[in-house]
Every structure is written in C-alpha cells, then in structure tokens.
Write a protein that binds this ligand. Structure first.
Ligand code: ARG
Length: 271
C-alpha cells in the first residue's frame, strides 16, 4: 500500500502544472515522412493506478497500468512513444483532430463514443463506486437526494451521475477536470459523494482515512479500451498485441502489478 499512499500525497498541484506544460507541446501525429516511427499518446494522469504522477518512480512522467500497457504495445510494434498529459475532457477532441495517435486513459467503451472515435479490444474492466465521507451512511444514489455529487468532466461517471439526477429529487451533479479535485470537495464537505471506478477510489481512500468507498449496487462491469482517431490503421496492430498479451500472461502480470486485489475480489472490482 506504500506506493498508493505516496502518490496521493502529490495531489493536485503536480498534475495541474504538468497539464499546463502538456498544453503547450504540439504532438506530431503519425510520425510523418523522414521521422522515426513515433507515436504520441494522450492521457489524463489523475487516475491511479491507471495513470498518475509519482515523483519517486515516475521522475515527472506519468506511470501506471495504462502506461505499462502502452509502452509494451509500442515496443512490440517498434514505435517510440511519447505520452502527453491533459484533462480527460480534452482527450476525444485531441483524437478527433489527429493531435494524438491514441489515448490510454482508463477509457470506457460506449456506443456514443464509437460514433466519433475507434476503440481497441478491451483490456480491462471496472465497476463504479461512490467515494463518501466515512460514517455518512450513504449506500447508493437514493441516499444522495438533496445532495451534491461530483464526477470527472466528460467521463462516463458524469453521465451515470446525471442520469441519476434526472430521477432523484434534488440530486445535483458538479463536474471537475481532475479527480483529486473531486476528492478535495468531498473532504471539505462540498460534495456528498464522488463517482469513480472502485479501483481508482480505493487508491484515493487509502491515503484519506476520513473517506470510504461503496460499490454502486446492480451494475455491469464496464469495458476499458484504447481509443484512436476514427479509421486509424493502428487499431488492428494494437489488437494483435493485446490478444498476444492476454495469451502470453503479460496482461495478467501487469494487472497484478497495478491492481493488487483485482483477482482476489472477483465480483467487486471485476466481472
Ligand atoms: N472510465 C471513464 C470514462 O471513460 C473515466 C476515465 C477517466 N480517465 C482518466 N484518466 N481520468 O469516461
């Protein structure tokens, strides 16, 4: 658990500072004529253990499950990889405008997204949870009537919260660019809950003993995949390596490395 405790101490400022830097760079998509084979990936490194900043091991670069998977795939296919951090909400526009070759950001596959971007085969699954103040007794969305709930801007969790708000009396939803901002709002009592995958929530609460996490009841596991600009020729190449990784144990190895209890908690974290 040491690793997780360290990383959340870093919190907001590092990731915000780095997103500012990332905003200034201009990734070159598709490694044009004459350049070495290079790919640029975008992520939102506020999402441990998928992608996050931790000075000790990352030295200013994002680390995590997605980063390892992306590096492995790029390595197998003979590409150099540059990973650029941005707010999650900017990721789909970055792909649509071809400013990035792919995104690895714990992204959920949805039919709606498939209209504007392409997805690889899924490489992971998540289930959503509510992060709450310890002892607040909240168990589900119904308990949040009259309260404010936070979610990441542009995420499927924001959609889930908004759908609930349409049904539940006076439940309001506020969005934030980065997940640690949501955690802060819960800690100061502004949000009664935050919606995020249980694997991400668990990391945050391990360093915040005033918080706890409850799995949202009755939900399907959500597929996580790599996202590409529509029509990208990389999709079949990437899928080939993903399938290889599932066969040769590499995906298992990386899953175990980053999600300590993914397999132990079948039924809560995964399908
Ligand atoms: N799984 C959610 C989605 O696809 C949220 C992903 C957020 N990712 C991140 N790196 N912050 O919308």
């Amino acid at each position: 658990m040491k690793r997780r405790q360290l990383l959340f101490a870093l919190g907001l400022s590092t990731s915000l500072a780095l997103s500012a830097i990332a905003g200034c760079s201009s990734p070159q998509a598709n490694g044009g004529e004459g350049s070495s084979k290079k790919l640029t990936a975008v992520t939102s490194a506020d999402y441990p253990p998928f992608e996050f900043f931790e000075t000790e091991r990352g030295k200013g670069k994002p680390i995590g499950f997605d980063v390892d998977v992306a590096n492995y795939i790029a390595g197998q296919l003979g590409y150099k990889l540059e990973i650029v951090d941005m707010d999650f909400n900017g990721i789909i526009p970055a792909l649509q405008s071809n400013r990035s070759n792919f995104a690895m950001a714990g992204m959920t596959v949805t039919e709606e997204r498939k209209q504007s971007i392409d997805f690889s085969d899924p490489y992971h699954t998540v289930r959503n949870a509510l992060v709450i103040k310890k002892g607040s007794g909240i168990k589900n969305f119904e308990d949040l009537a009259g309260k404010k709930v936070g979610a990441q801007l542009g995420s499927t969790q924001e959609k889930v919260a908004k759908n609930q708000a349409a049904k539940i009396q006076k439940l309001t939803v506020e969005s934030r660019n980065k997940v640690p901002e949501i955690i802060q709002e819960i800690k100061i009592g502004n949000f009664a809950a935050g919606v995020m995958p249980i694997s991400v929530a668990k990391g945050f609460i391990s360093n915040n003993p005033d918080l706890e996490v409850v799995l949202i009841p009755n939900q399907e596991a959500l597929s996580i995949a790599i996202a590409f600009p529509k029509g990208s020729e990389l999709v079949p190449e990437f899928n080939k390596v993903i399938q290889e990784m599932k066969r040769n144990g590499k995906m298992d190895e990386l899953t175990k490395k980053w999600f300590e209890d993914y397999y132990a908690n079948q039924g809560s974290i995964t399908k």
